[in-house]
Design a protein around this ligand. Structure first.
Ligand SMILES: NC(=O)c1ccc[n+]([C@@H]2O[C@H](COP(=O)([O-])OP(=O)(O)OC[C@H]3O[C@@H](n4cnc5c(N)ncnc54)[C@H](O)[C@@H]3O)[C@@H](O)[C@H]2O)c1
Ligand SMILES: [Zn+2]
Ligand SMILES: [Zn+2]
Length: 373
C-alpha cells in the first residue's frame, strides 16, 4: 500500500470527495486510545480501500490490548490501527481484484491468511499456518477503527442490502464466532440452552439459538446491566446471577436433567465449570470465551455422563457467508444488541464503556450508521 498524497479535489468512484487524510485509533495500552491523522492509503494488488462505516469493539480487544498488551501470537497487538470487526463500503479497488467493485458493501473477515495453506483452503484463515503471511486486522495489520482501511479482496464477505453496516460489523467476529460454535454442537427445538457470560458474544449466542428454535435459553452473568439487557431483548427466558447455586438452579429449571447444550462465553473458570456440570447426559458444551483456566473432574463431570466439550475459534469465510444469508432469511439483525454508538473522535469513550461491561455491544460508526433509522 502507498502513502503518497492525494489530490484534494479528487472524487472517488462512489461519488464522494476523496479525502487526503484520515483519522485512526491506536491502543497504546494503559486504557488509552490515541487518535492519529494519517494519509489515506491506496489499495495495492488484490486489495480494496473501504470507507469504514461500522467498527465494533470485542471483549478480546479489552482483554488483550486495551488494558495492557497481554496477547501473544495470534493475539499479539503490533501497534497497528485497532479494530478487528469492520464493515464498510468499497471506494477504490486495486489492480487484480476479481469480484468486488467500488460501491459494494462488505464485511471484513478479520484474519487475513496466506490463502494457500490447508487451513486457509478450508476457509479457516483464523488458523492459517503461515507465520509470514497471517495477519489479523486490528492486531497485526491495520484494522477498522479509522475513516478508511485497506483490506484484501479475498477477506471480504458481501453484505446484502437487507443488513446494515452495523449488522455487518457484528458478523465480522462475534456473530460469526457464535455461528461456528452453534453449528458444531447443533441446536434445535429439542434443546434447552445455557449461556454463561452475557457479553456481546453470549448475547449473539442467545440470538442465534432463539432463531434455531431452542426451547428454553438460560443466561448467567455477574453484571446486572447485562442480565437486564438479555431479558429486555427477550434473548434469554431466564437470567441468573452468577453464584454457587447455578448448577442446582439450572437443573431445577430443566426437571432435574440439565440443559442439552451449553456455551461458555465468559472465559471464567467457575462459569465454565457451571456450563459443564449443568449440562445433561449426552449433552454438548462449547467453549468460546478465551483465556483463563477451568477445573473439572473428568469422570463424574464428563465421561460417565457421555458429554462432549467443543473448542470453537472464530469461523470460516464460507460459514460467515452462510450466516449472512440466514440472517436475511430469519430477519435477524445483529445490530440490535448494540446499545451504544460513538463517532471515531469519541473512540476513547467507546473503549472505556466496553471495558466497564455496563453495555451491550459498543460500536464506532460513521455516516448513516451513527444515527440508524
Ligand atoms: N472463541 C473465539 O473465537 C472468540 C471470538 C471472539 C471473542 N471471544 C471471547 O469470548 C468472550 C466473550 O466476548 P465478549 O465480547 O462478549 O466479552 P465480554 O468480556 O464483554 O463478556 C464476558 C462476559 O462474561 C461475564 N462473566 C464474567 N465472569 C462470569 C461468571 N463467573 N459467570 C457468568 N458470567 C461471567 C462478564 O460479566 C461479561 O459480561 C471473551 O473471552 C472473548 O475473548 C472468543
Ligand atoms: Zn472479536
Ligand atoms: Zn494460510
Amino acid at each position: 500500500m502507498g502513502f503518497e498524497r492525494r489530490d484534494n479535489s479528487a472524487v472517488n468512484s462512489v461519488g464522494e470527495k476523496m479525502e487526503q487524510n484520515m483519522r485512526a485509533a491506536f491502543l497504546p495500552g494503559n486504557r488509552k486510545v490515541e487518535l492519529r491523522t494519517l494519509s489515506v492509503p491506496h489499495p495495492g494488488h488484490g486489495e480494496v480501500l473501504l470507507r469504514v462505516k461500522a467498527s465494533t469493539i470485542c471483549g478480546s480487544d479489552i482483554r488483550c490490548i486495551y488494558h495492557e498488551h497481554l496477547g501473544k501470537g495470534p493475539e499479539g497487538y503490533q501497534g497497528v490501527i485497532a479494530g478487528h470487526e469492520p464493515s464498510g463500503q468499497i471506494v477504490e479497488v486495486g489492480p487484480g481484484c476479481r469480484r468486488f467493485s467500488a460501491g459494494d458493501r462488505v464485511i471484513v473477515y478479520h484474519i487475513s491468511g496466506c490463502g494457500v495453506c490447508n487451513d486457509c483452503r478450508r476457509g479457516y484463515m483464523i488458523s492459517c499456518t503461515s507465520e509470514k503471511y497471517r495477519r489479523a486486522y486490528g492486531w497485526q495489520r491495520d484494522g477498522g477503527m479509522a475513516d478508511y482501511m485497506i483490506a484484501e479482496e479475498k477477506d471480504l464477505i458481501a453484505l446484502p442490502e437487507q443488513l446494515s453496516f452495523a449488522d455487518g460489523a457484528q458478523v465480522a467476529c462475534g456473530f460469526g464466532t457464535v455461528y461456528e460454535a452453534v453449528e458444531k454442537v447443533g441446536v434445535n427445538g429439542n434443546h434447552s440452552v445455557l449461556i454463561t457470560g452475557l457479553g456481546p458474544v453470549g448475547l449473539a449466542a442467545a440470538a442465534l439459538c432463539r432463531k434455531l428454535g431452542a426451547q428454553m435459553i438460560v443466561g448467567i452473568d455477574i453484571v446486572p446491566e447485562r442480565l437486564r439487557l438479555a431479558g429486555s431483548l427477550k434473548l434469554c427466558d431466564v437470567v441468573l446471577t452468577a453464584g454457587q447455586d447455578n448448577v442446582a438452579q439450572v437443573k431445577k429449571l430443566t426437571r432435574g436433567f440439565g440443559v442439552e447444550r451449553a456455551f461458555d462465553c465468559s472465559a471464567d473458570a467457575r462459569a465454565r465449570g457451571t456450563a459443564i456440570r449443568a449440562t445433561r447426559k449426552w449433552g454438548r458444551i462449547a467453549f468460546v470465551g478465551e483465556g483463563g483456566t477451568v477445573e473439572f473432574n473428568p469422570s463424574p463431570d464428563m465421561i460417565h455422563d457421555q458429554k462432549t466439550i467443543y473448542g470453537s475459534w472464530v469461523t470460516s469465510t464460507w460459514l460467515m457467508e452462510e450466516l449472512v444469508e440466514r440472517l436475511v432469511r430469519w430477519n435477524l439483525h445483529p445490530a440490535d444488541i448494540i446499545t451504544h454508538r460513538f463517532a471515531l473522535e469519541d473512540a476513547a469513550d467507546a473503549y472505556a464503556l466496553m471495558a466497564s461491561g455496563k453495555c451491550g455491544k459498543v460500536a464506532v460508526c460513521s455516516d448513516e450508521e451513527l444515527a440508524p433509522k
